[in-house]
Design a protein around this ligand. Structure first.
Ligand SMILES: Nc1ncnc2c1ncn2[C@@H]1O[C@H](COP(=O)(O)OP(=O)(O)O)[C@@H](O)[C@H]1O
Ligand SMILES: [Mg+2]
Length: 285
């Protein structure tokens, strides 16, 4: 089971779209995939055509002493299973104020999600207790980033948050991965921000990038994804390629240590600078 948290502290960067498209592509490849909607606004749930659920059969179930979950309440809107979001998440957030309240999702995942190959957590833009839970449970963090000023700053802040969570709570977390989304090759600043990110974060930026596409901007509420209604379109092709790369990155097993005494020196941990260093000068149009 590979848990991936999709997050960026900035809204509108393609988190929900990426969660759906990645889950759909992984599901179509025969993998067993679960999506957990942790956004109290529940856009993913609604886009998949799922009505407001009973809180007990929603992602609220992850955050409480009972931690009971009936698999029968999983929704299967397409090629993957879904634990939908309930509007109750926002009221529940107010009682999750203790420091140990960031550990619920990881405990729940260990108890209930072992049958899945992938678990994807879609998160809200704000850094809520739910996002911290998802980061604490994640092996991988996927940061969708639109190559413009605010989303790039949000992505860098998210990267720093993930690194902090790794240090304090989740040493098993791998380096966060950035996925460029809504890239418009005609915009000079998109190219400038893409280059900026690639220079600064190197291999943490996925080679695949998601271009702007009409089918991805179409909001539907019937559970259909562009893989169903526009399989040859740019959106489907870009996400299919991104998922191949993501699979290669996440299913890559660590190489065994060489047996000789002359072990290669370990690489120093990468320390990106603070997001405040994002050059404003890149903000050209
Ligand atoms: N590659 C894309 N091309 C065009 N529109 C997109 C693309 N990806 C997402 N969108 C649209 O952008 C808006 C924000 O995307 P969304 O996935 O909801 O972002 P987030 O979850 O980060 O807030 C949505 O209306 C979505 O349909
Ligand atoms: Mg969203």
């Amino acid at each position: 089971m590979i848990p991936i948290t999709v997050c960026n502290h900035k809204g509108g960067t393609g988190k929900t779209t990426s969660s759906i498209m990645i889950a759909a592509a992984l599901g179509m490849s025969g993998r067993r995939v679960l999506v957990v909607d942790l956004d109290p606004q529940g856009f993913l749930t609604r886009m998949m055509g799922v009505a407001e659920p009973d809180p007990k059969a929603s992602s609220c179930a992850l955050f409480g002493e009972s931690q009971s979950f009936d698999k029968a309440s999983l929704v299967n809107p397409g090629a993957f299973s879904l634990i939908p979001a309930s509007t109750r998440l926002s009221t529940d957030m107010r009682r999750l104020t203790r420091s140990i309240d960031v550990l619920w999702a990881r405990e729940f995942q260990e108890a209930h999600f072992q049958d899945f190959d992938y678990v994807l957590y879609d998160s809200a833009a704000a850094l809520t207790v739910f996002t911290l839970n998802a980061l604490t449970a994640a092996e991988h963090v996927l940061i969708p980033v639109l190559p413009e000023y605010q989303p790039v700053v949000g992505a860098e802040q998210t990267y720093q948050t993930a690194i902090t969570v790794r240090k304090k709570l989740n040493p098993a977390m791998q380096d966060p991965i950035f996925l460029l989304t809504m890239v418009d090759g005609r915009k000079r600043n998109h190219l400038a921000y893409e280059n900026y990110l690639r220079d600064r974060y190197g291999d943490s930026i996925m080679n695949s990038r998601i271009r702007t596409s009409a089918s991805l901007s179409t909001t539907r509420h019937d559970g259909q994804t562009p893989f169903d209604f526009d399989p040859r379109g740019r959106g489907s092709q870009d996400y299919a390629a991104a998922v191949d790369e993501l699979v290669a990155r996440t299913e890559r097993r660590p190489q065994p240590e060489p047996e000789s005494d002359t072990k290669p020196e370990s690489q120093p941990e990468r320390k990106p600078e603070t997001p405040a260093d994002t050059p404003e000068s890149l903000e050209v149009s």
